[in-house]
Design a protein around this ligand. Structure first.
Ligand code: ADP
Length: 187
C-alpha cells in the first residue's frame, strides 16, 4: 500500500529490511548499540563488523532517540539506530518514547540529506509493544514529519510477516479514510 503526503511517498511492504535499497535503513536497536537479536542481529550479520565498530565509538543511545552509522556491506549507505521503549503497560511514556525514536530517525535523515528511509516496526518484537498500538504511533509520527519536511521523498515500512503488514495496512487505511486527514493533502 502506498499513500502520498504532500510531495512524499509513504509505503508499506512485507519483507526483510536488510535487503532494502533505500539510502538509509533503520535498526530497532537497544540503548547499548552493541547489537542484539531480531532485526538488530540481522542488520549486523548482513552489514558486517564495520557497523558494530562505529556503534562502539558512539557509545550508546538513550531510549526515544537515534544515532547514525554507515551501512557497511548493506545496499543502504546508512543505518540509523533507533531505540524504542520496552513495553510495560502503556503508561510509562511508551507512546512518547516510540514517537521519539521515529522522529529522531527522520531528523537524522534530514540532517544527512538522506531522501529515502526504510523502517521496521520498532519495539514490536522482543520489546513487546502491541502491533496495532505501535502502528498507530509509527504512522502518525511519520505522517506528521512528512507534512513539514518534503526533503524526505520516501518512507517505507518493511513489515516482517503477513500479520504485521496487515495490521499496518489497516491502520494506514483508517487514517487515510477518516476524519481530518482527508483535508491534509493525502492521495
Ligand atoms: P525490538 O527489540 O525493538 O522489539 P525486534 O528486532 O525484536 O526489536 O523486533 C522489531 C520488529 O522487527 C518485529 O516486528 C520483528 O518481527 C521485525 N523483524 C525481525 N527481523 C526483521 C527483518 N529482517 N526485517 C524487518 N523486520 C524484522
Amino acid at each position: 500500500m502506498k499513500v502520498t503526503i504532500n510531495r512524499s511517498v509513504l509505503e508499506l511492504v512485507e519483507g526483510d529490511i536488510t535487503l532494502q535499497d533505500t539510502e538509509a535503513i533503520v535498526n530497532a536497536a537497544n540503548p547499548s548499540l552493541l547489537g542484539g537479536g531480531g532485526v538488530d542481529g540481522a542488520i549486523h550479520r548482513a552489514g558486517g563488523p564495520q557497523i558494530l565498530e562505529e556503534c562502539k565509538a558512539i557509545g550508546g543511545c538513550p531510549t526515544g532517540e537515534a544515532r547514525i552509522t554507515g551501512g557497511g556491506r548493506l545496499k543502504a549507505r546508512y543505518v540509523i539506530h533507533a531505540v524504542g521503549p520496552v513495553y510495560k503497560d502503556g503508561r510509562q511514556r511508551e507512546p512518547d518514547l516510540l514517537a521519539g525514536a521515529y522522529w529522531s530517525s527522520l531528523e537524522l535523515a534530514s540532517r544527512n540529506k538522506i531522501k529515502t528511509v526504510a523502517f521496521p516496526a520498532i519495539s514490536t518484537g522482543v520489546y513487546g509493544y502491541p502491533m496495532e498500538a505501535a502502528a498507530e504511533v509509527a504512522l502518525t509520527t511519520v505522517r506528521r514529519y512528512l507534512e513539514g519536511h518534503s526533503e524526505i521523498q520516501q518512507v517505507r515500512f518493511v513489515l516482517f510477516g503477513r500479520m504485521s503488514y496487515e495490521v499496518f495496512e489497516r491502520v494506514l487505511r483508517t487514517m487515510k479514510e477518516t476524519g481530518p486527514l482527508k483535508k491534509r493533502g493525502w492521495t
